[in-house]
Write a protein that binds this ligand. Structure first.
Ligand code: FES
Length: 570
């Protein structure tokens, strides 16, 4: 199936080949005017036949439509210099080219003019140098526009960096030789006319040059086409304004970023546009064209709040071996509130896009792991209808999941009524330890709120046990098919699970290992400390026991203070 991306690229490539062959034909002027005319024979053979004409005009139309469409769909007109240059040159090209197309192709088809190089050079190099300058500018504009497009396309290829000197050389050489050839042939025609002014009439008769009235008609047509193009652009901008206005009226979507940043945007905005509109640094090597994958984000929360990825997005995600909860920020338009974590640093380069992250490939890494479990949930589920059990569990998972994500962690899995969460996978163990402690504190607060809300539905308030430990674990994408996700295995994971189980023995809500408390810079003076035997470990383990995880409040060191000074946007 031809995707929009392929259609845009294909139309651009057809136009590029057209300009390349045109400039190459110009370059033959460096040999002689005759060589140029002979080259034109083959150029016209390729492009002035039903197939060539359809390809050229079709590509021109499609490319222009895409340009207008990109103006229509843009949320903001602020863009990188390269993107702005490409867009401006793209709109300037037809404006500058209209008179050339009318003077050659349209004149040929309407009045039977044979637009040989000699005729064209006499008209624009000798008789109307201003028109010659305009058409030279048009050639350069089209060429630079095409080169920028090709650069955005090729720079993601692994061989691009190696080939850069050659490509730059070619990008420079082709227009320089083309323009030099054009100038050389122009001078030749000028000389011929100066030596024998009578030859002008011969050229006009031989080429069936348009009469003064016909030229007048072409000028009129040019003015009308330019007016039409301007109207089309204004109409697009007007439609864009209406669309943005309607979207704003339809409400807003909230997107939550790590470190607690929350932003609001109209539905229909891509996640990348949302980041850019709110000055959140976000990698986007291909400028949002859905090719580089550097903008990809992990969606922390219900994926149902997102339209499913289309074929091209799936292809890119597949190439990077992305987990099911990963999406391209530039292609994803949330329709409801979501929470996301950009996976690549804002300064990611083209090579980073298709390199799988270390976490995806699997590596040993020091992270913090949290286990939580509801106390006595089995007897609760035996007394209640399945519907009530599912309802309460989902409310519980949502509250706990939010507390974990707000603290910067990621829910690894829900196991029965238990939760496993990872902290520090995209950062470091110290940050992970602090995040895990903050998550435990948040979970405790969320549980109080949940118990208050569900008071009428619960025979007794829900109670939980939380265990947190930090240490080396094997982290990587594991699973099969849609059940693939980043998870962790190893002794640290088992220990965290056992600390959670120990909360029952101590009648406590939270147990954290001594290592975690130290790494998370927890102020431990006055805390209940114990030594326990943990199955699978030879040495006894020192732990801190909290009846209530909210007791953590006020016990965080510098790392928490640093977080609290992070800027947040509304
Ligand atoms: S910005 Fe390149 S894929 Fe999204």
């Amino acid at each position: 199936m031809i995707t929009k991306r392929r259609l845009r690229l294909g139309s651009g490539l057809i136009l590029f080949v057209f300009v390349l062959t045109h400039l190459t034909n110009h370059a033959l002027g460096l040999i002689s005017l005759e060589a140029m005319e002979a080259g034109q024979h083959y150029f016209l053979l390729a492009w002035r036949n039903p197939v060539g004409t359809t390809l050229f005009l079709g590509a021109l139309l499609v490319h222009m439509m895409f340009a207008l469409h990109s103006v229509y769909t843009r949320r903001r007109l602020k863009m990188s210099i390269g993107e702005a240059l490409q867009l401006i040159l793209g709109f300037a090209a037809p404006v500058l080219l209209v008179s050339h197309i009318l003077g050659t192709r349209a004149a040929m088809q309407s009045f039977g003019t044979t637009d040989t190089y000699t005729y064209v050079l006499m008209a624009i190099w000798v008789d109307n140098p201003m028109s010659g300058i305009r058409q030279t500018a048009a050639t350069l504009v089209v060429w630079v526009h095409a080169c920028i497009g090709i650069y955005y396309w090729l720079r993601l290829k692994p061989w691009f960096a190696r080939s850069l000197p050659w490509l730059y050389g070619l990008a420079l050489l082709v227009p320089v030789l083309g323009l030099l050839g054009f100038a050389a042939a122009g001078r030749t025609v000028g000389r011929i006319l100066a030596d024998d002014p009578g030859i002008r009439l011969d050229i006009q008769i031989d080429t069936n040059a348009p009469t003064a009235e016909q030229i007048e008609f072409l000028h009129l047509l040019e003015a009308q086409i330019l007016l039409g193009l301007a109207a089309l652009l204004l109409l697009t901008l007007f439609a864009r304004g209406i669309r943005l206005h309607l979207e704003r009226r339809r409400g807003i979507v909230r997107i939550r970023y790590p470190e607690g940043r929350n932003i609001s945007v109209p539905p229909g905005t891509t996640i990348l546009e949302a980041s850019q509109l709110n000055d959140i640094p976000h990698a986007s090597v291909c400028g949002g064209r859905g090719r580089c994958s550097t903008c990809r984000v992990r969606v922390n929360g219900p994926l149902d709040n997102l339209p499913p990825p289309d074929e091209s997005e799936l292809k890119v995600l597949h190439r990077v071996g992305a987990a099911p909860d990963v999406r391209l920020a530039c292609q994803t338009r949330p329709t409801e509130d979501i929470s996301v974590t950009p996976l690549l640093p804002p300064n990611a380069g083209p090579r980073d896009g298709f390199a799988k992250s270390a976490a995806m490939q699997g590596q040993e890494q020091e992270i913090a792991i949290l286990f939580a479990d509801i106390r006595g949930f089995t007897s609760f589920s035996e007394q209640k209808l399945p519907y009530d059990v599912v309802f309460v569990l989902n409310r519980y998972f949502r509250s706990m999941g939010e507390a974990i994500e707000q603290a910067g962690g990621r829910v690894d899995k829900f196991i029965g009524d238990g939760i496993m969460a990872l902290f520090g996978v995209d950062a470091n163990a110290a940050d992970g330890a602090t995040s895990a402690l903050l998550a435990a504190q948040g979970m405790s607060a969320q549980l109080d709120e949940l118990n208050r809300l569900l008071e009428a539905d619960l025979p007794s308030p829900l109670r939980i046990g939380i265990g947190i430990h930090v240490g080396p674990a094997i982290v990587g994408e594991m699973g099969y098919g849609p059940a693939i996700s980043v998870t962790a295995i190893g002794d640290t994971v088992n220990t965290a699970a056992r600390l959670e189980a120990k909360t029952k023995d101590f009648g406590a809500q939270l147990i954290v290992s001594e290592q975690l408390a130290a790494l998370g810079q927890l102020e431990t003076a006055g805390l209940r400390s114990e030594e326990i035997e943990v199955r699978g470990r030879r040495e006894p383990m020192s732990i801190y026991v909290f009846d209530d995880a909210k007791e953590l409040d006020g016990r965080f060191g510098d790392s928490r203070k640093k977080r609290e000074t992070q800027p947040a946007s509304a």
